[in-house]
Design a protein around this ligand. Sequence first.
Ligand SMILES: [Zn+2]
Length: 524
Amino acid sequence: MAGGKKATPAGYLKTYKTAVFKVHNPSHHKRAVMQHAMRNAHLLYTKMLKEFMPDKTELKRLGEIKTFDRKKELAALVKKISKRLKQHNYVAAGIRDGLLKDLEAQISSSAGLQDVQESVGSPTPTTLDPGSTLYQEALEDISTCTDLEEENFLRDEMARTAKAGQVRPIDYARFSNKSGFSLYQNPETKRVIALINIVTKNSRYRKQVTVKNLVSLKTGEFMGFSTKTGILLPLEFGHDFHKKRFIEEGEPMTAKLYHRKERNGKPCDDFELHVTFKYLVKKRPTYTWLGVDRGIYNLAAYSVNDEHGTIVDAGCIEGRTLRHVQRQLERRTADKQRRRGVVRGSKRQAHADEAVHVAANKIVEVAKKYDAHVVLENLKNLSATRFKTRIPGTRRGGFNKLLGRVQYEKLKNILEYKLRKEGFAKPILVRAAGTSITCPECGNWDKENRKKEQAADGDGFKMDEFVCTKCGHAADADENAARVIGLKGMWQRQLPKYTPGTTLAEDKKFDAFLRQHAEKRSRL
Ligand SMILES: [Zn+2]
């Protein structure tokens, strides 16, 4: 029943959206249960990270091996963590899945990023501030603890906590009536109620909870059962149209429980459940190809081409802001290494994230305007070290492209999500190699196609013009690269499925494809 795999109906795409619900007036008992569980989950997360997070040298090694091998190693590590997590009974079973998911995400992102962006470094797990009320509360908890094992665990962890931090939300990775989170609706009052598995088997907080005459928002069936490891939380959602729509059309998948201490700059003491719903959108047909290139001078460049490879539209997405942000990040890293102190960079990071969102929105807007299938570079198979090598002579060294691997991955994910919401299929990923030095008119592949000129201020070189050494085709270099990426996506789509041991016929290769289409265009 829970998590049943339903096939997506033809002509539709599934997409996800998260709705925030405030927990309606939780009782003293429920507050205590939630705070207790959140602290324990937080501490267990910290403990696991300390035990399993690869050290700097190990992260560096992981960053340099092939993606395939890295994935294999990380999967083995996750298995080990999962085994270890099961030995701890400080958290309810339903919380463990989410903890494992979060740990996996944290470790794999560190392993993937390490060599690329030194400033990312190895993440320091958030700990509790000894001066904060939370810490005091946690200590209070120890003194009233009945479970000796739990007490030792808390004491150990508390001894190690030193720096300020916030308690992590509890992540529910699965919808399950008794061992995860579940959502119900009272068919008469229309009230929405969540049941979260949060109490451990031998906790003093155990209390019988009964679900009766409530409709499951996952299956639409009437439910009736009791549990001693959960609490019921009535949720507030008033007349919010969106939330209503999700509840009616969406399927609840995962949830996160937050303890909020601040709202609009003012202190508060609320609990929130952020529920992610899956829902369906109608597929949108596409007629053109939108290639996106990470620019050197702009954040990104795009080029829309029709089925003949004729440019319909092209342009750049302004990147001055990000360049500025990156400079600051570089400086910050240098400072950090010097002082080895904690530097607050969340504001700048938010700025960089915003630039990525701006780019994603622009690309979605263009895709909608021209009913275009988006094509992006596939950076996945580039090893971190290879990724780092820049084109020699690129202006003011250090960054080959304005969008680093980290930001590009972010852009890709955000784009995929935003496009999906509009009914577009996943972006096509093409091999990035050579796209910036390929001529879309004659297929000529030459480093010299990208003209290198002394910059006006004498500081480095500029390479913003593309001129084909063979046919003389000239264009803006970034826009041209975006066009080649778009055309490559188009070519890739019409290729027969690859059979191992075969080679592609000469007339089926990408450069031949480019020449064939250029010839067709000349006859139009
Ligand atoms: Zn050419």
